[in-house]
Design a protein. Structure first.
Length: 104
């Protein structure tokens, strides 16, 4: 059975305004836009610095028996490359939506 969602909940508008403009109007939208651009640049930088380009199999290898710093590095590198496309997509669409001027 379908139900009609009513937006008379007081939490929804606050949540939406926080998510889209940090409850700060145009300044918040601008901040979110530049945060999105910064996140996108960080993902590109991480992709360029990823050392798996030389030997692809080593780029996805996690050395479980190694010291904790090396293990932490390997986990960071593998999760980073596997999540790259999603994070880059979220960052660029967030920046576009935040910095885009409404038409009309």
């Amino acid at each position: 059975m379908l139900q009609i969602y009513q937006r008379n909940n007081t939490f929804d508008p606050i949540f939406i305004k926080f998510h889209t403009e940090l409850l700060a109007g145009i300044i918040g939208k601008t901040v979110l836009g530049f945060v999105g651009i910064s996140l996108f640049l960080l993902t590109i930088t991480g992709l360029l610095l990823w050392n798996g380009w030389q030997k692809l199999a080593l780029g996805f290898k996690i050395r479980f028996g190694s010291k904790w710093r090396l293990l932490n590095y390997d986990i960071h590198k593998v999760i980073g490359i596997l999540s790259f496309i999603f994070v880059a997509n979220f960052a660029i669409t967030g920046a576009i939506l935040a910095l885009d001027k409404p038409s009309g």
